[in-house]
Design a protein around this ligand. Structure first.
Ligand SMILES: C[S@@+](CC[C@H](N)C(=O)[O-])C[C@H]1O[C@@H](n2cnc3c(N)ncnc32)[C@H](O)[C@@H]1O
Length: 211
């Protein structure tokens, strides 16, 4: 198989096109879409943002289940190409921002729900996943370099009473991220769920006033 031979996956009922230059859709991550859809239904008005969207399936499935305008960010041109194709296949208009997450959002842009799926494999371990493109999984020395960038974007762009859903790897990473979130004045981790191959944290703005 050549590296650019297109492949297709069924992701929660969505047809997703991708190739070996991007991360293949991981079936368990449909749980992130379904949880995001629950959050979207309860969220204040406003669009949804997906950070580190790759081929776009997590965000696309979320807004298929709970329709809202969707903005997707990825710094890979190849991933953004698949994202546009997969959005067209799903019949969903997506505002695709190609570039680093800290460079493609305008000051003052606010989102009701933010879904984030940063690379989270520590650099020393990336060779354990030879099928995956390094740029899609390399999370830096402790695996959390891009998760920290996501938290900064969430802090700048999550609406009051909005929710973010951040994916990390093992539960010890989730605990480290929860400790990082505690240093943000207006953000709180309100739920953590562990799955066989990763963990999700729900991070809300304004949870303390609501309690
Ligand atoms: C773990 S993959 C997730 C992709 C997709 N959500 C999926 O489930 O297949 C991480 C994605 O983050 C992108 N990425 C890495 N660094 C980034 C950055 N600084 N800004 C935006 N996207 C980035 C990579 O190109 C890759 O597509």
């Amino acid at each position: 198989m050549t590296t650019t031979e297109a492949q297709f996956a069924d992701f929660g009922g969505l047809r997703v096109e991708y190739d070996a230059r991007v991360l293949a859709p991981r079936p368990w991550t449909a749980a992130q879409s379904r949880w995001a859809a629950e959050l979207i239904r309860a969220a204040p008005p406003g669009p949804v943002l997906e950070l580190c969207a790759g081929a776009g399936h997590i965000g696309l499935l979320a807004v298929t289940l709970a329709p809202r305008p969707l903005v997707c960010v990825d710094n890979s041109a190849v991933a953004c190409g698949f994202l546009r194709r997969n959005a067209a296949l799903a019949g969903i208009a997506v505002d695709v921002r190609e570039g680093p997450m800290d460079g493609v959002l305008a000051d003052g842009e606010e989102f009701a729900v933010i879904v984030a799926d940063p690379p989270w494999v520590p650099t020393a371990d990336v060779s354990r996943f030879p099928e995956d493109p390094v740029t899609a999984i390399d999370g830096g020395q402790d695996g959390l370099e891009l998760a920290r960038s996501c938290l900064d974007v969430i802090d700048r762009h999550l609406a009051v009473h909005g929710s973010a859903l951040l994916q990390v790897g093992p539960l010890d990473q989730a605990r480290s991220v929860a400790a990082l979130v505690a240093s943000y004045d207006e953000l709180d981790v309100v739920a953590v769920r562990g799955y066989e191959r990763g963990a999700l944290l729900q991070i809300d703005r304004g949870a303390r006033e609501a309690a």
